[in-house]
Design a protein around this ligand. Structure first.
Ligand code: FPP
Length: 255
């Protein structure tokens, strides 16, 4: 990688545009450790994490990706110190304020998954405003996972389906993958083809548990603030060199 950078070459040209993933989901991890390594407060890491968000969203738009989902705030993140939660919420509002015009011009459609009604009112309002403004855009779908947890999403779907059965709207036998999917936050969104996690942690952390059944997983040691467009391209190229078998044999796939 350093050689490529010295020669000012980009991996972007090595991406096979015929074989692009439709949907990339990212667990943006390592902001706190990145800051700590430099003797700074964790919030400094989050602030720099926002810079990476901008770069990666831009890269996703440039290569023509259809969907990108970013794990920005999990249900479990409420357990962090209040000051950090507050700073994260502030960063989110600022990011929307600063980037919305540009995102809209770039035809990006903003969506959220998770229960945003439990976020501070100004944050919820800002997000709803941004979603409304961009709702007719047809370019990249930028999905922010906020107050999101995979298990609670599955429980929520199960409760809604049970309610429908109780009210004789559907039969138990109607329950299958397609029906279940319709009750998830991601009803209109294809499953991620590729899931990236930064910071050298090999965990899923309650992210898109149902949806990643057949996603390709990619882990990098880079902390999120250090993750750049080239790292993103590298992950996509790695994905493109894999064989996705979905339970079939290699021979069946090659037919
Ligand atoms: C994980 O790093 C990161 C988060 C919990 C928050 C991610 C949020 C942002 C990048 C900023 C706001 C987002 C948008 C979309 C504008 P960590 O704090 O868990 O790092 P650590 O594991 O090193 O402690």
């Amino acid at each position: 990688m350093p050689c490529i950078r010295l020669l000012n070459m980009s991996l972007k040209k090595n991406i096979n545009t015929e074989k692009l993933p439709r949907h990339i989901a990212i667990i943006m991890d390592g902001n706190g450790r990145w800051a700590k390594k430099q003797g700074k407060f964790r919030v400094f890491g989050h602030r720099n994490g926002v810079k990476t968000v901008k770069k990666i969203v831009e890269a996703a738009g440039e290569i023509g990706l259809e969907f990108i989902t970013l794990y920005a705030f999990s249900k479990e993140n409420w357990n962090r110190p209040y000051s950090e939660i507050d700073a994260l919420m502030q960063l989110l509002v600022n990011a929307v304020n600063n980037e919305l015009t540009k995102l809209n011009e770039q035809n990006v459609k903003l969506l959220t998954i998770g229960d945003i009604s439990k976020l501070p009112v100004p944050v919820e309002e800002k997000l709803n405003y941004a979603k409304k403004l961009t709702e007719n855009n047809t370019g990249l779908k930028l999905i922010l996972a906020l107050n999101y947890g995979g298990r609670s999403e599955i429980i929520k779907a199960t409760k809604k389906i049970s309610e429908q059965i109780k009210n004789n709207k559907i039969n138990i036998d109607d329950i299958n993958n397609d029906l279940f999917n319709k009750y998830l936050y991601t009803a209109e969104i294809p499953d991620p083809d590729l899931l990236i996690r930064t910071s050298g942690e090999y965990r899923i952390s309650n992210f898109l548990l149902w949806q990643i059944a057949y996603s390709e997983l990619y882990f990098t040691n880079k902390f999120w603030p250090d993750f750049d467009k080239e790292d993103f391209y590298k992950a996509i190229i790695d994905y493109q060199n894999r064989e996705r078998r979905f339970g079939k044999t290699s021979e069946q796939i090659k037919k």
